[in-house]
Write a protein that binds this ligand. Sequence first.
Ligand code: ADP
Ligand code: TZD
Ligand code: MG
Length: 560
Amino acid sequence: MDSANMTDGFHVVIDALKLNGMDTIYGLAGIPITDLLRLAAAEGIRYIGFRHEQSAANAAAIAGYLTQKPGICFTVSGPGFLNGMVAMANATTNCFPMILISGSSDRAIIDLEQGDYEELDQMNAAKPYAKAAFRVNRPQDIGVGLARAIHAAVSGRPGGVYLDLTAECLASVLDAGAAKKSLIKVVDPAPSQIPSPESVHRALDLLAAAHNPLIILGKGAAYAQADVQIRELVETTGIPYLPMSMAKGLLPDNHPQSAAAARSYAIGQADVVMLVGARLNWLLSHGKAPLWSETTQFIQLDISPTEIDSNRSIAAPVVGDIRSSVQAFLDELQSRSITPSAEWLEGIAQRKDKNIAKMAERLAADPQPMNFSSALRAVRDALSDRPDVYVVNEGANTLDFGRNVIDMYEPRKRLDSGTWGIMGIGMGYAIGAAVESGKPVVAIEGDSAFGFSGMEIETICRYQLPVAIVVFNNGGIYRGDPAGTQPSPTGFVPNARYDKLIEAFGGEGHHVEDTKTLTRVLTDAIESGRPTLINVAIDPTAGTESGHIQNLNPKSALQK
Ligand code: ADP
Ligand code: TZD
Ligand code: MG
């Protein structure tokens, strides 16, 4: 064999990634991918190594959301793959494009269940949770495998894709010329999808006849990066809008047309609602009573035709990509106008004023120990002149209060538990956002939420990422246990000092018990860009069970 003209699967994977502009990858090393990661780094690909695959894959998923390029995560076989799969499933659920690439053990042994090291039929395990799952068995197919994975991840409704690379395929040798020819550079993997003109007319007719129209912006709208068009649509029509949590900042939260502070009123009284990249799932009470009126009619802009009518009848579906669809609306609006009724705008304005005043009162209080409102106000003050900072947010009360108190002013800056209400995305999302953007990140974390990915503070310190973690420490899931009692199912060690954890890795730890110090310490952390963890002592009695979704929490009828 003339080795000068030969290459192997490892090199082909790297060439395929580079050819497709994948310059950053996330993962966790081990058999059979260690050499691949080493080679990738040597070939100029930025590799970020994690302490748990779930966080690595979460970082890849959020990278996909922020860049519209599929985030890439590499894991080892068996359990490493399974650890990453939760995040891949979460990416699919949230419509984030990412590719989980795992090395796998010997197929001949796996298929006969003969007990290989980290044996698992990974491709078939991935299938129910992935938008697509592929296995590459021969090195000459790596190029096709990656191309198919990219198309599947970003086309149409984005999602998580699984790509299985067998250990044998990685180590196989092939002719370098043939390998080069086998590579594919994908062209236009997320093509524009223009809505049909009739669908746009139908929707505009409905809007024009509406008295109380309302626009709801979801994270599909944020993902689409049609920020200018969406703003123009909202402003030229004068229709009030509600942002779903990750769509906050698509228009600045202090925009006069935001109806966020009058949410229930706006939803309950709207006669025509235009959903833009938002599903009528549990986060919108499935479009059903008591929040919604039965007579409300819907327009839905979505790229997925099968999303339409999933929860209630949609009078005017507009199937296409958001940018093209919104542009089609703008084009038509040149020659026709939409006018929400004056009573509607007045009604919303009144509720807003009332609710904003009530909220201001709650935020003005400065109790000792701090509660969620006062501590979040302190965080908000540190963020107030830094709209460029990414905000990651998870927890129950910490999430629900955080969403309401922390205003966002730029698109795609708020990253949170999303469609599943999942815990454990915190450090992965924070690292992904910091790596992709180079901007500071503030992660506002419930103490339980933080625990799911907390070990990644070592990763943050290792790469010196500008991440400040604010742990809302109320001693448990929803609240802490009373002093001197046995641990309950929701309680943790009281008065824990999470700040000491980060000091083990050379980061900065702070323990704070008052709002002034919290604002000051967080402001400094954002300014310095040093890895920082602020342990915020929150009243352990302050939270409510299940936060704002108590209605979803079944209770035993037999217990008092
Ligand atoms: P939220 O949680 O903010 O309400 P969802 O995740 O429920 O948002 O909804 C996002 C919707 O956006 C999904 O139905 C998805 O199909 C759609 N979507 C994602 N990307 C695009 C795009 N580029 N164009 C149109 N629709 C999109
Ligand atoms: N496991 C996973 C993966 N996701 C979940 N959502 C849960 C468990 C259940 N859960 C919630 O829905 S919120 C939450 C859990 C465990 C943590 C709430 O405690 P916290 O926040 O400390 O993070 P607060 O501020 O104390 O409410
Ligand atoms: Mg807590």
